[in-house]
Write a protein of this length. Structure first.
Length: 320
């Protein structure tokens, strides 16, 4: 007669074992479902922020799109989200090359530019093009990203890069996308004066920071240590992903230049989206179909789509 051990009766020699415990012989039970691995804990992403004209440093987290980002910044500084015109990364200056778009580097410092003075400017359209490049903040405000030298707008000293366009002839355009505003301006008749109501960002006291070399705002000139970025989406959660490759960045710059020349807008995030679409399209026709299905409201002309496809797939003028 066999003695029972600590875990109960010992199995016959050669009997099955489970977790070191003897099991009675018999019909084996089917294996249970595989135990899923615990999901990897998402890193806690905390970003530092300031108001561009000067403020204490705040910390924000838990946003998935630009509107939520603005709401978080507004909460930190006890202002309304509608006060924020746009944000720049790593500089408090109105630098259109540092605009916050759909991606934020994990080490980026966010500066929020808020509403300053309102001004009205009368413009007479003596040429078809005003010389404006329009972009928007993704939360309802379109603003001036570039002014072409020698253009109609360039001759108006009161109009500046960074000014938000609030109304055209007293017709508010708050809530309109940049391409809609650009279209409205293109369609204005020639030789007929019109009025722009502009809101300039609140001015920073740049001369204070220039007195000493240590006068920079926190985060000024900071460069992200890695390529990993937080990508903000208009729908769905934000995702952590690797930044674009140098070739993809260059392709996006070319497409952004095409957007400006054809439509009078600049939008780095839109350009990146179009680069992705072009890389997955074996022909101009398929790219046109793909863009129409997801970006139909832009009504891209066929020659523009062809140039986008060539700029991405044949940047040096290679033949098919």
């Amino acid at each position: 007669m066999q003695r029972a051990g600590r875990h109960g009766r010992q199995p016959p020699e050669g009997g099955p074992m489970e977790n070191g415990v003897g099991q009675e012989p018999g019909t084996p039970e089917p294996p249970g479902p595989a135990v899923p691995r615990a999901p990897r804990t998402r890193p806690r992403l905390v970003f530092h922020t300031q108001l561009a004209h000067g403020s204490p440093t705040g910390r924000i987290e838990g946003f998935t799109n630009v509107k939520e980002l603005y709401a978080k910044i507004a909460e930190v500084f006890d202002i309304s989200p509608t006060e924020i015109l746009f944000c720049t990364l790593n500089t408090h200056k109105v630098d259109m090359q540092k605009l916050l778009g759909g991606q934020i580097g994990l080490e980026d410092f966010i500066f929020a530019h808020v509403r300053g003075e309102t001004k009205e400017v009368e413009v007479t359209k003596t040429e078809d093009a005003l010389g404006l490049t329009i972009t928007d903040n993704g939360a309802g405000y379109a603003f001036i990203k570039r002014i072409k030298e020698g253009s109609i707008i360039n001759r108006l000293q009161t109009v500046c890069v960074g000014d938000s366009i609030e109304a055209i002839n007293d017709h508010t355009i708050v809530g309109c996308r940049h391409y809609e505003v650009a279209r409205m301006l293109r369609e204005l008749p020639r030789a007929q004066p019109f009025t722009l109501r502009l809101v300039q960002p609140k001015k920073a006291f740049d001369m204070i920071g220039q007195r000493t070399r240590t006068g920079k705002s926190p985060g000024e000139g900071r460069v992200a240590s890695g390529k990993e970025t937080l990508r903000l989406r208009t729908q769905g959660p934000a995702v952590l992903e690797e930044g674009p490759s140098p070739s993809e960045e260059e392709a996006a710059r070319r497409v952004d230049d095409l957007l400006e020349s054809y439509m009078g807008i600049r939008d780095s995030e839109l350009a990146s989206t179009m680069v992705e679409a072009a890389k997955g399209s074996p022909s101009v026709a398929q790219l046109a179909q793909g863009l129409d299905s997801v970006l139909g409201e832009f009504a891209f002309p066929q020659e523009f789509v062809a140039e986008v496809w060539a700029a991405v797939c044949h940047p040096k003028g290679d033949k098919e």
